[in-house]
Design a binder for this molecule. Structure first.
Ligand SMILES: Cc1cc2nc3c(=O)[nH]c(=O)nc-3n(C[C@H](O)[C@H](O)[C@H](O)COP(=O)(O)O)c2cc1C
Length: 199
């Protein structure tokens, strides 16, 4: 009987506490600077002060980047509405996949991502590094790259509006990053966006 109770307790633990996932609160979806001011302030920033990003800011950032702003469509358009792009978020030594519908970060890998992300002078001090990943099986290469551009610009605009800094980066270390994020053969990294607090 004791063994049975122990088994049930362990099973309960396994069901309730396996994940180091992060359930984010709903995004704010309002406020920010007016669009023309935001566009005026949009720029690439590469110098950050190392500081943790509040989870509400992260939720707002990810929603602005590629969240659902209608039941089945998003803040960034995609050709033929293929929605072939996903965001991964690297925070320190942890990498998460963002489930945009559930607004949850699922832990996918742990380790040192510095070499894989590249440009450590920029990326190490960023609060988060967002990796834009596409599923090449869902669309053409042309659309994949075009669609990623909208997400990148959304990140730029959110950062400008929130007083944060970011830069689109294509100079990551491909093979290392694919391996570190445990991507499948169909998945392609398009850009890495460090987002951080301005110096
Ligand atoms: C597709 C793309 C790739 C880029 N890759 C890098 C990069 O690897 N490293 C970097 O420091 N900046 C990178 N940039 C940022 C550009 O250098 C920057 O946008 C350009 O100098 C113009 O500056 P601005 O964004 O402030 O207008 C990239 C920009 C784009 C659009």
């Amino acid at each position: 009987m004791k063994q049975m109770l122990l088994l049930v307790a362990l099973l309960g633990l396994a069901i309730t506490a396996p994940a180091q996932d992060i359930k984010l609160d709903p995004p704010t979806r309002s406020g920010g600077k007016p669009l023309m001011e935001t566009l005026n302030e949009r720029r690439s920033e590469r110098a950050f002060v190392q500081k943790e990003m509040p989870l509400q800011t992260l939720s707002d950032l990810l929603w602005a980047a590629n969240g659902f702003n209608r039941p089945d469509k998003r803040t960034a358009p995609t050709a033929v509405n293929k929605q072939e792009l996903e965001l991964y978020v690297i925070i320190g030594a942890k990498a998460y996949h963002h489930d945009a519908r559930a607004n949850t970060l699922h832990l996918v890998a742990e380790g040192d991502f510095t070499t894989a992300i590249g440009q450590p002078n920029i990326t190490e001090k960023a609060a988060v590094n967002i990796v834009i990943v596409g599923d090449g099986a869902k669309t053409t290469p042309k659309y994949l790259y075009l669609d990623a551009g909208y997400i990148s610009q959304n990140i730029y605009l959110y950062a400008a509006s929130a007083g944060l800094g970011t830069v689109a980066r294509a100079s990551y270390r491909g093979p290392e990053l694919y391996k570190a994020l445990k991507l499948t053969e169909k998945q392609e990294v398009i850009l890495v966006h460090p987002v951080g607090f301005l110096k």
